[in-house]
Design a protein around this ligand. Structure first.
Ligand SMILES: CC(C)(COP(=O)(O)OP(=O)(O)OC[C@H]1O[C@@H](n2cnc3c(N)ncnc32)[C@H](O)[C@@H]1OP(=O)(O)O)[C@@H](O)C(=O)NCCC(=O)NCCS
Length: 186
């Protein structure tokens, strides 16, 4: 049966040593630092150049619009009171009850398993409390760190979509990872 839900709840999620909250203007310097980092720019099609204007627009306009219009949820990952990355629910289909997760981690916070923990926390909340039946993560075949994070979050690799993604370096094949509500029961 299709869900009646049309938007995600605006909540703060805590667990696994991190806090997921709405991004705020105090995050601007760390958003700019992360979104101009070589590894981030390699995999994510972000505006270029990326400066405070782009970060402010992302925080003040895009994040609230996505939430209000029910197309997703953009969450800042906070660790020890500081922005450590961003994780979001994007491309939600309320009829199919499916959504995709995307993430980046601040360069100085990488290698601590944060992406996997943040994706796991957000995915479980979506599946258990937000009428979502299936969450996907799509990672370029060359983006090993992202694939490892998806596995760490408990997602299953399901196959490769050819030429399904776009990075600044060109089109890429994407590994699809899935986590379903039934998976949480097993
Ligand atoms: C991908 C990303 C989010 C991973 O975040 P993270 O919290 O630092 O992830 P971690 O490094 O803790 O864990 C990832 C795993 O990949 C491994 N890894 C990290 N970099 C790697 C690399 N270049 N090659 C191979 N393995 C790598 C880590 O050792 C770790 O392995 P483990 O699961 O066996 O412990 C982060 O690197 C990032 O922000 N990248 C740029 C943006 C991006 O690619 N976003 C995803 C788009 S789909």
């Amino acid at each position: 049966m299709a869900t009646q839900r049309r938007a995600f709840d605006d909540v703060v999620l805590e667990g696994d040593g991190l806090r997921l909250r709405r991004p705020v203007l105090a995050d601007v310097p760390r958003v700019v630092a992360a979104c101009t980092d070589e590894e981030t720019v390699r995999w994510l099609p972000l505006p270029s150049p990326y400066g405070p204007v782009e970060a402010i627009s992302f925080i003040e306009t895009r994040a609230p619009t996505v939430l209000r219009e029910g197309t997703g949820l953009i969450s800042a990952i906070e660790v020890d009171g500081e922005l450590a990355g961003m994780v979001d629910l994007i491309g939600v289909d309320w009829r199919e009850q499916t959504v995709e997760i995307g993430y980046w981690i601040s360069p100085d916070r990488r290698g601590q398993g944060l992406a996997g923990r943040a994706a796991g926390l957000l995915a479980r909340w979506a599946l258990q409390e937000q009428d979502v039946e299936r969450v996907e993560i799509r990672a370029a075949t060359g983006n090993v760190a992202s694939q490892r994070a998806a596995l760490a979050a408990g997602f299953e690799p399901e196959g490769v979509l050819r030429s399904a993604g776009f990075t600044p370096e060109g089109r890429v094949d994407l590994v699809v990872f899935g986590l379903t509500r039934d998976d949480l029961l097993g």
